[in-house]
Design a protein around this ligand. Sequence first.
Ligand code: SF4
Length: 382
Amino acid sequence: MGETQHIRPALSGMNIQELERTLAGLPGDAPYRAGQIFSRISRGARSFAEMTNLPGPLRETLAERFSIRGSTTLEKQEDRDGTVKLRMGLAGGASVETVLLVSEPGDRLTACLSTQAGCPLGCVFCKTGSIGFFRNLETGEIVDQVLALSDLVRDRGKRISRMVIMGMGEPLLNLPALREALDILCDPRGFGFSKRKITLSTSGVYRGILDMAKNGPWTDLALSITTAREELRRRLMPGSAGDPLDRIKEALELYQKKIKRRITLEAVLLGGINTTGADAQALADFARGLSVVVNLIPWNPVEGLDFDKQALRKPPPEEIARFRRMLESRGLGVSTRYRRGRSICGACGQLGTLPAQGEDAAVAALPSLSYNSSTDSGSQPR
Ligand code: SF4
């Protein structure tokens, strides 16, 4: 749909203070201009010419020196159930996917955002994990996903009401950029999202959860636990092997003390692998002392993924129902999520398009996985 190269810096990833600094000295600038631009960007302005509340010379200078967004929609796919998946082209040639989820009666629109192009964690059941890691997204590239998804519904007089950080990548390995993006998205002078309507899903990065507890963002939290049998979990989610479950639980307890809301334990159900009585018991043991709901996500088939040399399979309904009963009989609250968007691979664990050829495409080697709370999101090893 468009070019991916952007030479001019984009404004969508700047908060109001950064915009103020950027605009200082430009013709027609005044202290309130940054707020005006911030608000127009959040309401979907695609060009500076549309910002008719700005003086002409300022609009012209902005158009010469800056772009509004830094990423471009390359491809759009729509499922019969209303789910829309966009592939966004990023500077340097990488691409990332983002999804609009539409609730059954169509009244609730949720943006599912990605935080990394690819993912370094390599969970065996996840398409994103199978394509390798390319790079962290920048603040603006996260905000641009919300802008692009909002474009799809604005004409119908609708707006996105919820966000889930469950797309490509491990959000806590790109926390500084995500934190900045959420600050922009939650600013009442612009998008005005409520942090209570945002859920961040992590594979369990211990230091990242501690960082969130201390410094925010204080969103709802979901732990993609898959199984609480440590050994099996290590094999299913090899990238999270460094953080044992007792430490992850310790971090969750701290986080829950801070947000005082329920935490979701997500278990992608893999037929014949993590649906046994031992898995149910381990999950119940892990949940003890925490206020949780367990979300069962029957695995969405992705061709070519296997475990122990066996092709992964989706569990049949009776296996899902049996596992659910085993959890409920142990006192756990359980919901089952049959993910939408399956025909376009927009469902959980199905995101992942190989990037276009470009400089980022060459950086596909897995990085080291140390956690780094630096605010320079571009410099973090993954
Ligand atoms: S499930 Fe999440 S953490 Fe695991 S590989 Fe996929 S995107 Fe990464």
